[in-house]
Design a protein around this ligand. Sequence first.
Ligand code: SF4
Length: 320
Amino acid sequence: MNLLTKYFNQDKKQIVEVDKNNRNLDYECLAINSYNENTRAFLKIQDGCNNFCTYCVIPYTRGNSRSREKNEIISEAKKLVSNGYKEIVFTGIDMASYGKDLKDDINFNKLIKNVLDAVPNLKRLRISSLEASLINDEFINLLKNYPQIARHLHIPLQSGCEKILEKMNRKYTKEEFKRRLIKIREAIPDIALACDVIVGFPDETEEDFMETYQFIIDCNFNYLHVFPYSSRPGTVASKMSNQIENKVKKERVTKLINLGEKLKEKYEEQFDNQLVDVIVESYNPKTKLYKGYSSNYLEVSLKSEKDIKGLFLKTIYHKN
Ligand code: SF4
């Protein structure tokens, strides 16, 4: 029996074959696979992706987008909270697609609302990564109405150059992307915005890279996660001309990491000596300090005679 599915690029050339066992799977009931000192749990709500960015193998290896049933997510969240977890992180490959494959009238925003209404003792819900397309009025209203949603969004940008975005098959223009950031900052001015960027994508010239560099400054991101482009066999991008030398990629990565450090410093300075809410995650016996994170992902150190691990509390943030 032939279990391979073939995929073709725009020129009708076969680009990859995938075992059918890996596609169109029913959602496997994914157990939580990562914990943090018993305070933060990761809850996978979705897997797979239908977006076919030209550099990415996930749609081939992980299959179509599959969403976990809402009621399963709610009961898992309830269980976690009753086991003492203060923070749940929603994870998934493409959470913007959440619900599209389910029969219920559900989407990502409705899921968040349903979970927070059903689990009122959950102190914080963090979203691991969110496509810019999800930042709409409905989502912004949710953030305003539910302070439990972490004021920290990680939004994959990948490039700030229009030409490269198109070659990547990302489904937005840089102006659309920026408009969404402006909108969310108008509503929640203190929010921390982080992004992923890939540098050295095929055919990225120095001017293209500088367009991305400038765009990141214009968007005033607070945290950057920078990756050198890495060719994945079978993808459309791996066959593109003008692959970029490793040396050039490294230089570009360094420039963006340096920029990211400055942006992070600038963001953190705003909160120096300000009151923030913290979930205390760990204790270091060497430094005798507790460590936790605020809603907007500031790392906070605390001294305490009492054991405060696992507590949700308000404290003054001091930037190191
Ligand atoms: S980069 Fe993300 S959105 Fe694009 S195909 Fe891969 S998983 Fe999907």
